[in-house]
Design a protein around this ligand. Structure first.
Ligand SMILES: [Zn+2]
Ligand SMILES: [Zn+2]
Length: 484
């Protein structure tokens, strides 16, 4: 399977998947049924479905001996749940289980029942997509119905501390890998190396933090990177941005005594995403690199990240945190926010705190939602939404973000934790008994690592499940972007 083969994918959070598995495989070896209500999104990479709710069919009440097959969902159950999906703008997917472990397919009776029932269901749900999934313990097959088009599910991705991927049958790596990956593949195998090659990863911010992540992902053998940053390099960034050169800053112009030429130099300096592209291509000439000169706060830019597999937030504005958190929850894309901060006592001038942080955010309650953990400050959000002129009037001139201390070694600590969490989780290598989700913070003054558990608030509009939340809605909700 090539990375950009068009795929039909269902994404589901680990807690929801566990709920489904317990219902389908309680240990009685019998067939059980349920419905997944899902959001959706369609891009060049294919159709993505996002499990938002699971409605379990009660044995003997909603899931009964069938007229044609062994068991079937009752017409009442189908009507109730499909109407719910239609009202909520969600896609209806009937689920049942077969025996077996690594291989699964629909029976002829299953396929005939789709033919009988799904044209009407497409009408009820305004064109779907709708369909069905059949599970074995470690495999899934699916049929996706849209008007005039029936297609197959390619894979199911479970997003938790570890990622898990289920297919109709075991997938073998389609090709070997280059010698450069030999040593790391001793840890995660040819299958892991292939997963990295097929991965498309987003990085928001290619400055001090993002440029490190970018180099490491490219060297790991990640197949595609989408890099978002609107900034050009300047001399004061060069102590932190990987492989940034004096010539990228147009130093011969900046060093001119003529102010006009200095201005030209600043305007011609290389964009940070283009420096990142050069770094990534040197590390891996086969990489697909998508540099985007833009701000993730703009909807068009944010939407270009909706088909990625993992997201690194390496820019520290409240607006970018808000959009990042929405992308994670709305499109079930796991992510991590990385930062480093130095605070000092203004009166005595002493440094009071020096820390680096990696905040893993998984798309479910208690998964690390930045909104639930009070990490998206609404006062600062409003402040950032002001124009430069308005900000000057309101005396935000000394924006601490602009002249705050920033050091490559501090950036490296949070970045390394985040990149390693990606590698371990994405390839399913964590010891799930021991590895807990939560934020990791390094205090440089005391030389200690600390963990912070994550809170969740009732009815959160991102990670919650109330009717108003954006969780797993995909394209059927809007992102909190500014209109341009
Ligand atoms: Zn069946
Ligand atoms: Zn939340």
């Amino acid at each position: 399977m090539d990375p950009f083969t068009v795929m039909n994918e269902l994404r589901i959070s680990a807690p929801l998947f566990e709920k489904l598995q317990l219902h389908l495989f309680p240990g009685d070896g019998d067939e059980h049924g349920a419905v997944i209500c899902a959001g959706m999104s369609e891009t060049d990479r294919g159709l993505r479905l996002f499990a938002r709710e699971i409605v379990l069919a009660r044995d003997g009440v909603d899931y009964v001996p069938g007229q044609y097959g062994y068991r079937a969902l009752t017409p009442e159950f189908v009507a109730r749940v499909s109407n719910h999906c239609a009202r909520q703008g969600l896609c209806y997917f009937a689920v049942h289980c077969h025996g077996g472990d690594d291989f699964v397919r629909f029976s002829d009776v299953d396929l005939e029942s789709h033919q009988r029932g799904y044209p009407a269901l497409l009408d009820i749900t305004d064109g779907g997509p709708i369909g069905a999934l059949v599970f074995a313990h470690n495999a899934v097959a699916g049929e996706i119905w849209r008007p005039r088009k029936v297609s197959k599910l390619t894979k199911l991705t479970v997003i938790g501390v570890n990622h898990r991927r289920l297919y109709p049958e075991p997938v073998q790596p389609t090709r070997g890998f280059a010698d450069v990956y030999h040593r790391q593949s001793l840890l995660f195998g040819a299958v892991g190396q292939e997963e990295l090659r097929k991965a498309k990863i987003g990085i928001i911010g290619l400055g001090g933090v993002g440029s490190l992540i970018n180099e490491w992902l490219a060297r790991l053998g990640v197949g595609a990177i989408v890099a978002v940053d609107f900034d050009r390099i300047e001399p004061s960034n060069r102590s932190r941005v990987v492989d940034s050169l004096r010539s990228d800053c147009r130093d011969w112009l900046l060093e001119s005594k003529i102010p006009l030429l200095q201005g030209v130099g600043r305007r011609l300096a290389r964009y940070k995403v283009h420096i990142a592209e050069r770094v990534a291509r040197r590390a891996n000439p086969n990489i697909d690199f998508f540099p985007i000169v833009g701000n993730v706060v703009d909807e068009k830019v944010a939407k270009s990240l909706r088909d990625i597999d993992y997201l690194f937030l390496c820019a520290d504005t409240m607006q970018s945190r808000l959009v990042f958190n929405a992308l994670v929850h709305q499109y079930l894309i796991p992510g991590v926010q990385i930062g480093a901060k130095v605070t000092s006592d203004v009166d005595i001038g002493d440094v009071t705190d020096v820390f680096s942080v990696a905040r893993l955010v998984l798309p479910y309650q208690t998964g690390g939602c930045l909104l639930c953990n009070q990490l998206i400050d609404s006062a600062k959000l409003q402040e950032e939404a002001l124009s430069p002129e308005e900000r000057r009037q309101q005396r935000y001139v000394n924006d601490p973000g602009v002249h705050a201390p920033s050091v490559i070694t501090l950036n490296a600590l949070g970045s390394a934790q985040a990149a390693n969490d990606f590698m371990m989780g994405y390839l399913g290598l964590f010891d799930t008994q021991e590895a807990k989700i939560g934020y990791r913070m390094h205090d440089a003054l005391s030389r200690t690592w600390r963990s912070a558990d994550c809170a969740d608030t009732m009815n959160c509009l991102h990670c919650g499940t109330s009717d108003r939340s954006i969780l797993a809605r995909g394209d059927r909700a809007s992102l909190p972007c500014r209109n341009v």
